[in-house]
Design a protein around this ligand. Structure first.
Ligand code: HEM
Length: 391
């Protein structure tokens, strides 16, 4: 007997996955989707189960597209002690304290510089001309790579993500992912070698040296997979910022409230993240047969834990499709959960908050450019192609 899930196509998911997720939550919360060869898990509780039980759902599996593109032993594709060791050497670089002590002022300086450039005109694509460069340069600063052209980082991020989302097995997409990975190796190997010989305070240096006995740093091949993983995420804060603004644009009352009280921005940013998850699906595999919500998944099953759906689960969130910065404080899972939660879980909301704070200060007449609305696409990663505004 065929089910609703059998009929779902990749195009439908990319176009607008939310109505599909709503129906799956109701009818088939653990569903096999032939179009992408994955089990989709869509309810809040089940998503949390999948991402918090490594013995039943692991990130360490050979078919992982993240691993195929970024390389073996990247942080996300590692489990157990190997994961804990890699994570421990850079975790502190992204803590709330580090962000406030070392990076918040730099992000503000960057935001002011890009706001100055915008102020010369009366319209812009905020994603390309403001949120994107701030996101990329903020992370580049943490990594210690702020001499590199942000356009190159953006191209790398797009190339890697094309490979990471290639569920259809398109050879052209696979090639682009692999060529980008190779270009990153060629470009950044000299920097890794220099930092191996001359450590500094940067995250990249910590990735090479932290937690290692003196004289035994991690080699280039151990460092580059995680560096590529970080590169793949580098533009994402600009997506989160676009969603928050889009939510505010759609509700003038909430927008006015934030304009007159920027203290509301942190909750607006988290609501933006909940409302539209930039990273919509977290990929796992079952090392052995496992039962989830009464459905038996075979050994080797590939499972997509749909955080974008969990964040709209009506049993958790009232009127979940609505952007509402006043909803009662409650966690979302857009930045992941448990051991693989986003490395930048504190850093991302701060980058977005500071970028938006400066923007609202400097452009009181900010409004969407009605003639050029954004187009949203994707399900594994989902975001707007542009964010055209006027002031
Ligand atoms: C809006 C921005 C971002 C979102 C929504 C996001 C979301 C996520 C999510 C959901 C995970 C969990 C993946 C999983 O469990 O399969 C994750 C992991 C990760 N993220 Fe982010 N991310 C963002 C930005 C960043 C940035 C800027 C960095 C740069 C450092 C970053 C680095 C990582 C790393 C290294 C991991 C793997 C952590 C681990 O395996 O322990 N992310 N991210």
């Amino acid at each position: 007997m065929s089910s609703f899930a059998d009929s779902i196509t990749i195009d439908q998911l990319n176009e607008d996955p939310y109505p599909i997720y709503a129906r799956l939550r109701k009818e088939e919360p653990v569903a096999w989707l032939p179009a992408i060869n994955q089990w989709l898990v869509t309810r809040w509780d089940d998503v949390l189960t999948v991402v918090s039980r490594p013995e039943s759902f692991t990130t360490h599996f050979p078919q992982s597209l993240v691993t195929r593109v970024c390389g073996r032993d990247n942080m996300l594709g590692s489990e157990g002690d190997a994961h804990a060791e890699l994570r421990a050497c850079v975790d502190a670089d992204y803590s709330t304290e580090t962000v406030h002590r070392f990076f918040a002022a730099d992000v503000r300086t960057l935001a002011e510089k890009y706001a100055d450039a915008l102020a010369e005109g009366d319209r812009a694509d905020l994603k390309k001309q403001y949120l994107g460069p701030i996101a990329v340069l903020s992370e580049a600063k943490v990594l210690g790579l702020d001499q590199v052209d942000p356009e190159i980082f953006l191209r790398w991020s797009h190339g890697l993500n094309t490979g990471i989302t290639n569920f259809e097995g398109d050879p052209g997409k696979q090639r682009l992912g692999e060529e980008t990975a190779a270009e990153i190796t060629a470009t950044l190997t000299p920097t890794v070698e220099r930092l191996t010989a001359q450590p500094n305070q940067s995250t990249l240096s910590n990735l090479i040296h932290a937690g290692r006995p003196p004289g035994r740093p991690r080699g280039v091949a151990e460092v580059l997979p995680t560096l590529r993983l970080v590169m793949s995420a580098i533009e994402e804060p600009s997506v989160a910022g676009s969603y928050t603004l889009w939510g505010l644009f759609k509700d003038p009352k909430q927008f006015d409230a934030v304009r007159s009280d920027p203290g509301l921005l942190p909750q607006a940013v988290h609501e933006g993240l909940r409302w539209h998850s930039p990273v919509g699906a977290l990929m796992r595999s079952a090392p052995r047969e496992v039962t989830l919500a009464g459905v038996t998944l075979p050994e080797g099953a590939q499972v997509a834990a749909i955080v974008a759906s969990a964040n709209r689960d009506e049993t958790m969130f009232h009127d979940p499709d609505r952007f509402d910065l006043y909803r009662p404080l409650q966690p979302h899972v857009s930045l992941g959960y448990a051991r693989h939660r986003c490395l930048a879980i504190d850093f991302v909301p701060e980058i977005v908050r500071i970028s938006l704070e400066v923007l609202l200060e400097r452009f009181p007449g900010l409004r969407p450019d009605e003639e050029r609305p954004p187009r949203f696409r994707g399900w594994r990663y989902r975001g707007p192609d542009t964010l055209h505004v006027r002031w």
